[in-house]
Write a protein that binds this ligand. Structure first.
Ligand code: PGA
Length: 250
């Protein structure tokens, strides 16, 4: 019922030349009909070069962040409309690295989300608890709190254009994946909260990705869970064969 969505987050890897060359290999690996939204999110400076390569492919482009203002004195930021003009349809918001290393807050993520939605981008909003929070029995409080604050003020229609990515911080880049049961438990809890906020029908249509050390050998089982509709892939998205295998697992 919900179309699978697999996105590769390249993080701070692959400049324009490397990114374009890698995208060409990716296109060859994914040159078959697959019923899945496939997205890659290169660094800002690489997006245009990759866009040219992906033009006639079924792989779409996303950015790793966007600011809430359209223009002005905001050094280092990029506006949602700028991303649209270089071929992005998607944008990751609130990734745990942004939250942990660059001080982003739920309130800031919310402002970015509202701006991206009104510009017409499809945002992927990331949430997830740290290991200390999980060990302290605070998963529900942390994850639902992040969702409530990050998604504050959006309409049910805007919620439908939004994808959520549950990424436990302890599973990102660590090789330590949440078990399918652990991931499903949180995804089910998230969907329940979305139903309370936006209504059951909207919640059933919204797509929820799992992220955190997804690899070809664990993707199928994770994506097979009732409330997991795909993945946000870091490390494994930088290997064309692995990323293609993960997409096929969807
Ligand atoms: P990982 O990263 O797949 O390398 O764990 C996931 C992410 O940060 O989105």
């Amino acid at each position: 019922m919900r179309k699978t969505i697999v996105a590769g987050n390249w993080k701070l890897n692959l400049g324009p030349d490397e990114g374009a060359a890698f995208a060409e290999i990716l296109v060859q690996h994914l040159d078959e009909p697959i019923d899945c939204d496939i997205i890659v999110c290169p660094p800002y400076v690489t997006i245009s070069a990759v866009s040219k390569v992906l033009q006639s492919s079924r792989i779409e482009l996303g950015a790793q962040n966007a600011h809430w203002e359209e223009a002005g004195a905001f050094t280092g930021e990029v506006a949602p409309s700028m991303l649209l003009t270089i071929g992005c349809r998607w944008v990751i918001l609130g990734h745990s690295e942004r939250r942990q290393l660059f001080g982003e807050t739920d309130e800031g993520v919310n402002k970015r989300l509202l701006a991206c939605l009104s510009a017409g981008l499809s945002p992927i909003v990331c949430v997830g608890e740290t290991l200390a929070e999980r060990d302290g029995g605070r998963v529900q409080e942390i994850v639902l709190g992040q969702i409530d604050r990050s998604l504050a003020g959006i309409t049910a229609e805007q919620a439908l254009a939004t994808t959520l990515a549950y990424e436990p911080v302890w599973a990102i880049g660590t090789g330590r994946t949440a078990t399918p049961a652990q991931a499903e438990e949180v995804h089910a809890m998230i969907r329940q909260r979305l139903a309370q906020t936006f209504g059951e029908e909207t919640a059933q249509q919204m797509r929820l990705q799992y992220g955190g050390s997804v690899k070809p050998d664990n993707a199928a089982e994770l994506f097979g869970q009732e409330n997991i509709d795909g993945g946000l892939i870091g490390g494994a998205s930088l290997d064309a064969e692995s990323f293609a295998a993960i997409v096929r697992a969807g």
